[in-house]
Ligand binder design. Structure first.
Ligand code: NPW
Ligand code: ADP
Length: 341
């Protein structure tokens, strides 16, 4: 185990050749955001561009795409098919024939058929980032199982079905992929609960980077958060070996492991303990991968610079006042800082 040094990190910065065009620096396909988490889609997408990626496409529900395009002109939108939802108020004593008590609302859940809409994008992308604010709602699994025993009504299940189909399609792809947030919780659920849709085990595809916070890693490994926090290096390494992925265990002094080599990140501070900073990190790592970096190097550079953004921002505006969106403005300053050393 080693601490990431500034000198080492500087050697990882990807070269920017003069004879180049936008796709020389890679195409990030970001599958992110949902009705309540539009900001996560914005933060992860813009952070990837700021990190140096040449092109970012956001694939999400039409409402999320519309919100993000209202905030920035820099992202290419790929609105996905959604399906109307009927929420059932589950009451075992209610006869199936009674329709009152049901509420129909459009939660903009992505339709499984949307997979066909991104087929070409999945082939073209240099890196695929998945999960920031995607609302996969795995926790509704038991809810659905119990509901379908008493009723044949359709139950809201977020983007669960779409994500399941997407993971199947990603299994054979060889690009780097970054899995964050709800994508990780979905995988935990698949690993530790009997599968609902099929008996085929789903794993993280090769060249995956996973970015769990301690509770997300605890769910993936099916152990307590306290155990993880007591030996962060051990569990990050164990998870990297078990899932054959690069693991970024987030938190104060994030740990990055590929199972053989493990680094501790020295940058960052409590200003980063603010909603949405993890979404920025996902974008930054995706932006590094887009420029041709290996998953492990991309994770090391992304985590180091993300922490440095937090340090520079905190020294300007105090540890109290840094917003996740501020970090994006500090990416250029962090990179310049590194280049001038
Ligand atoms: N602007 C936007 O659109 C934003 C969108 N976002 C998106 O929202 C989605 C869900 O994100 P979320 O924040 O609601 O749930 P999540 O982080 O899983 O926390 C759940 C529970 O886990 C725990 N816990 C958390 N961190 C921990 C830690 N370090 N160490 C230990 N435990 C920790 C804690 O549980 P407790 O300890 O309180 O029991 C907490 O209550 C996700 O897709 C994300 O991308 C967000 O990024 C926000 C901004
Ligand atoms: N006290 C802290 N010191 C250093 N880094 C922190 C601290 N708290 C949070 N972070 C960093 O901020 C980010 C938080 O990500 P995450 O927990 O996924 O939040 P969110 O889901 O709101 O985006 C991670 O990169 C983590 O390492």
């Amino acid at each position: 185990m080693q601490i990431l040094s500034t000198q080492y990190i500087k050697t990882l910065l990807p070269p920017r050749q003069d004879n180049s065009h936008k796709l020389t620096f890679g195409h990030v396909l970001n599958i992110a955001g949902s009705i309540h988490y539009r900001g996560a889609a914005y933060l992860s997408s813009v952070a990837a561009l700021r990190m140096g990626a040449g092109y970012v496409t956001l694939a999400s529900s039409p409402g999320v795409c519309q919100s993000v395009s209202g905030l920035t002109p820099n992202i290419v939108m790929h609105p996905l098919l959604t399906r109307p939802i009927v929420y059932a108020k589950i009451n075992p004593t209610m006869p199936e024939s009674m329709s009152f008590g049901l509420q129909s609302i459009d939660t903009e859940s992505i339709d499984v058929k949307a997979l066909t809409q991104i087929h070409t994008l999945l082939e073209k992308a240099s890196v695929i980032t998945v999960g920031s604010g995607l609302s996969i709602a795995q926790s509704k699994d038991e809810y659905i199982a119990s509901a379908t025993q008493t009723s044949n009504m359709e139950i809201a299940e977020g983007n669960h079905g779409f994500f399941f189909a997407l993971l199947g399609a990603l299994q054979t792809r060889s690009q780097s992929m970054v899995f964050d947030a709800d994508a990780l919780n979905f995988m935990s659920h698949r690993l530790h609960q009997p599968p609902r849709q099929s008996n085929t085990p789903l794993l993280f595809p090769k060249n995956s980077i996973i970015t769990p916070h301690p509770k997300e890693l605890a769910r993936l490994l099916n152990i307590d958060v306290a155990a993880i926090q007591a030996d962060r290096v051990h569990y990050a390494t164990k998870a990297a070996q078990q899932f054959r992925a690069v693991v970024v265990l987030k938190g104060h002094h994030s740990v990055i492991s590929n199972g053989d080599s493990t680094f501790i990140n020295p940058t960052g501070n409590n200003a980063l303990a603010k909603a949405g900073t993890g979404d920025v990190l996902t974008g930054m790592i995706g932006g590094c991968c887009a420029q041709g970096m290996s998953p492990f190097n991309a994770a090391c550079l992304g985590v180091f610079l993300h922490g440095l953004c937090g340090d520079l921002a905190a020294s300007d505006v105090s540890n109290y006042c840094v917003l996740a969106s501020d970090l994006i403005d500090y990416i250029p300053k962090a990179i310049k800082h590194l280049l001038t050393l």
